[in-house]
Design a protein around this ligand. Sequence first.
Ligand SMILES: Nc1ncnc2c1ncn2[C@@H]1O[C@H](COP(=O)(O)OP(=O)(O)OP(=O)(O)O)[C@@H](O)[C@H]1O
Length: 251
Amino acid sequence: MTPTNDPVISIHGLRKSFGTMHVLRGIDLEVNKSENLVVLGRSGTGKSVLIKILVGLLKPDTGSVMVLGQDVEQLRDKEMDQFRQKVGFSFQSSALYDSMSIRENLEFPLVRNVRNLSRGEINEAVEKALDAVGLSQTINQMPSELSGGQRKRIGIARTLILKPEIMLYDEPTAGLDPITCIEINNLINDVRERLGATSIIITHDLTCAKATGDRVAMLLDGRFERVGTFDEVFADPDERVQQFYNYNFVN
Ligand SMILES: Nc1ncnc2c1ncn2[C@@H]1O[C@H](COP(=O)(O)OP(=O)(O)OP(=O)(O)O)[C@@H](O)[C@H]1O
């Protein structure tokens, strides 16, 4: 699926400080429908802060953040609940409930967010989401019985089950072996094909960035100073960009 020229996320002049620490210093960014945008940046540059602002967990100091045509800062309780169903957040830790089976983990967001579903509809949604991540056979297992890569995929399935229009991935390949990383990269691309979803992928992993990103945005000194295709961004001779490349990427 090819991204359209139809921005579903528009950020202008976004600034966020904590006391004297100026984390985001004027972010401008548009992400188009069905686009995979990778956000790169060193630790502590504000990638998670940006994602939290996008989903309304943090408020910007100044600037506008429009997501799916809505001003995130203006959303109130009920609107926020509906908004969060359309914007799926896949946490770095997978955030599965250890005391629940895989089936129960996947049912949880459905039962909480979608009213009046029959048992048959719930079962079908769970089976479809598990099939999408290639883990149908784990349905009756507990999270502790799965590998780190499988837990990540279940975490993604749990986000997918609500059929979000936007997927936010926080370091989806962190701590995984290279083969499992490739599987997760393929899954991120597959989610776009299946749902036509727009994705923001936060990562330090340049193999993941190259495999999934239509565009890459690099956070430097609180701004997206470099935005473009992977090759465009890393063709830049800027020392900070090259340093990021050299320490990360073996190709
Ligand atoms: N609620 C908060 N209160 C105070 N400071 C915060 C808060 N949230 C984030 N920060 C600070 O903002 C900066 C950016 O944090 P953030 O978590 O966004 O970094 P990051 O780019 O996601 O890093 P990493 O790659 O290590 O996850 C850090 O210095 C962090 O300590």
